[in-house]
Design a protein around this ligand. Structure first.
Ligand code: AMP
Ligand code: MG
Length: 309
């Protein structure tokens, strides 16, 4: 997987051609879902172990940013990849069309308040990157942002790229590690998944007419994504373009990218000092004395319970 991940990472400073350089149907050297099952399961177990250490250490936080076109599998990836982790250490936030209250602030503000605590994994299901994607494809969203006219000019996108890069550098410098994943689904596969959403009653709720409208803007989105990758994949917060036409491969690639990122932190359970260790031993001795001083009490309680049943 190391080699595959390397090929999925957008090299900072390199200009990519999204449509030609990245195949949404890529499955690496794997042949089928069955072929990946053991590796994915091992990855999920490793992630759970890493998360325990991240939580215990309470030093770093991991922010995972998920971006994608509709039906690329963001929700199901979160559900599967996070299936083994302690829910107490994960914070998932989905960003929708901004409310009137949110529009009354700068665009990063709603994301700032949702950043993960130290020790936690935070997942942004969409993010401030929508500000250079949907807002770029649909200029009417920008009009609603009440920006001073002098700042609503043709340089706004390059300024936003710079602002985002600076923000992510700030996060990284404060121990919040940023991992950015784009689930790259093809237009053909999106159509298949949309049709399933229409045909299967249990999936109808996932589909809306707005999704079809967004689909008609596909090329505009691909152009916006490509420019975003070329401007915001940095050494401290790189983008990964994850093939998303085969969900089983997406899950393996996502869990591997998360584990590789956590690996670099060399996480370990906090070591206790000599004094702390001594205090632990004193506490243990005290608990043992409790039992020694009142040996009969526990037995009586057990006998009473025994009589009742
Ligand atoms: P979903 O993720 O399918 O629930 O849809 C959420 C919708 O909110 C998507 O169509 C996004 O493009 C849209 N959205 C998210 N963030 C923004 C934003 N900052 N400005 C405008 N629309 C957004
Ligand atoms: Mg949707």
């Amino acid at each position: 997987m190391k080699k595959i991940l390397e090929s999925l990472r957008v090299q900072p400073g390199k200009k990519i051609d999204l449509r030609n350089d990245y195949d949404p149907g890529c499955i690496g050297h794997f042949m089928s879902k069955e072929d990946t099952e053991a590796t994915t399961a091992a990855g999920i177990r490793l992630l759970a172990e890493q998360q325990d250490k991240l939580y215990a250490q309470n030093t770093y936080a991991l922010l995972i940013i998920l971006q994608a076109m509709d039906a690329a599998g963001k929700d199901s990836t979160i559900k599967h990849v996070m299936s083994g982790v302690n829910p107490q250490g994960v914070q998932v936030t989905s960003f929708k069309v901004p409310s009137a209250e949110e529009l009354d602030h700068d665009y990063l503000r709603r994301c700032c308040v949702a950043l993960p605590n130290r020790g936690n994994i935070g997942i942004f299901n969409r993010s401030y990157y929508e500000e250079v994607l949907v807002v770029r494809v649909h200029p009417e969203y920008l009009e609603r942002q009440q920006l001073p006219p002098s700042l609503n000019d043709r340089h706004i996108w390059s300024r936003r790229f710079e602002e985002i890069n600076n923000f992510e550098k700030y996060l990284t410098d404060n121990g919040i590690v940023v991992l950015k994943l784009f689930l790259n689904v093809s237009k053909e596969e999106q159509k298949k998944r949309f049709l399933v959403r229409v045909d299967e009653p249990d999936k109808n709720w996932k589909f809306s007419a707005a999704d079809i409208h967004e689909r008609t803007c596909w090329d505009g989105y691909m152009d916006a994504y490509e420019e975003m990758f070329n401007n915001t994949s940095t050494p401290y917060a790189p983008w990964y373009i994850i093939p998303a036409d085969h969900k089983w491969f997406t899950r393996l690639a996502v869990v591997s990218a998360i584990n590789e990122t956590l690996d670099r932190l060399h996480l370990a359970f906090p070591e206790v000092t000599k004094e702390q260790k001594e205090a632990l031993l004193v506490a243990k001795a005290e608990m043992e004395r409790e039992n020694a001083e009142a040996p009969g009490r526990k037995n009586k309680a057990v006998k009473k319970r025994g009589k009742k049943s």
